[in-house]
Ligand binder design. Structure first.
Ligand code: ZN
Length: 315
């Protein structure tokens, strides 16, 4: 047993070194550690590559109006890591998708690959899927499993999936706060009739007063489920994993470019596709919560100091 553990450890170290070299060999040379400058530089190079004749540069503010829209800012602070994914994977072209048609438009523009992972059909962007298949092989060599959480929605989601999951969390927490007398039935009735964007704004306001909407009502709903149209699963660069509390599984995922990026959502991994040592160069900073390391945008304030796990299909 001891020998087996040592062999496994050696295997992981060798694997990590090998993967690091593979990823690092074609990593871009990056000098900026500021997330905004990294994204502006990325958009500028994208413009040069696709429309060299155009003089007007796309500003990040145009695809995610963080300076003028409170919801966009919050969504970016919580889920913005996805914007620094390594090319040729595509980052979302807006931080809030409007509706089903908008999500389907983006999903048609990306190269999708489907595979059976842990007995579940999963769809992801091609590079993310290729990487996840390698993670599963790495795990298999160690007699470990990689199992998607709650079936196929662990990978790709539709706009309607995000509406359904949001409503489950939102309605449940609203009922709870009405029951304990913190929100009046009249206010709850008004908010239930609002469109989702206004519901999200109201939830943000309630949470700033300490009425949290996560599954256990102890921290933000953003760590429990993404508001409709904002999930990284819509961009097909995220996977929720059952075995997320096994440190070896987390190491294997990181070795292939998958990291936790949504604070307090320990089940959720985002494909960035670069070695961990390069994440700060892409404008991400590490934050520890509940013994887990999360890589979040380095210009984001830390909204939710509470730390605990989540259950069910998370962000
Ligand atoms: Zn997730």
């Amino acid at each position: 047993m001891k020998l087996r553990q040592q062999t496994s450890l050696l295997f992981i170290v060798a694997l990590a070194a090998n993967i690091f070299l593979t990823l690092n060999s074609d990593a871009q040379q990056l000098v900026s550690a500021d997330m905004n400058s990294f994204l502006e530089a990325r958009l500028a190079s994208l413009k040069t590559a696709t429309k060299p004749e155009s003089n007007s540069s796309v500003k990040f503010e145009q695809i995610c109006p963080v300076a003028t829209n409170a919801m966009a800012k919050r969504v970016f602070d919580e889920y913005g890591a996805v914007f620094v994914v390594k090319e040729p994977s595509k980052f979302p072209d807006r931080c809030v998708f409007n509706d089903t048609a908008d999500v389907e438009r983006f999903q048609r523009s990306i190269k999708i690959k489907s595979a059976v992972i842990g007995g579940v059909v999963i769809e992801l962007q091609e590079a993310a899927m290729d990487s996840l298949i390698e993670v599963e092989k790495d795990a298999d060599a160690l007699n470990l499993k990689i199992t998607p959480l709650d079936g196929t929605i662990a990978g790709k989601r539709s706009y309607n999936d995000t509406v359904r999951i949001w409503n489950t969390r939102f309605q449940r927490a609203l009922d709870h706060w009405v029951q304990v007398g913190k929100i009046t039935e009249d206010d709850a009735t008004v908010v239930r009739k609002m469109d989702t964007l206004h519901q999200v704004e109201q939830v943000i306001a309630w949470e700033s007063d300490g009425l949290y909407f996560s599954t256990d009502f102890s921290h933000s709903i953003f760590s429990s489920t993404a508001p409709p149209g904002t999930s990284q699963h819509l961009s097909m660069l995220a996977i929720d994993i059952v075995e997320n509390n096994d440190p070896t599984v987390v190491t294997l995922l990181a070795g292939r470019g998958w990291y936790r990026t949504v604070l307090n959502d320990a089940t959720h991994f985002t494909f960035i596709g670069v070695p961990e040592s390069e994440l700060p160069n892409r404008g991400l900073k590490p934050v520890m919560r509940g013994g887990c390391k999360f890589w979040v945008p380095n210009n984001a304030p830390i909204m939710d100091p509470a730390s605990s796990g989540t259950s069910g299909p998370g962000e």
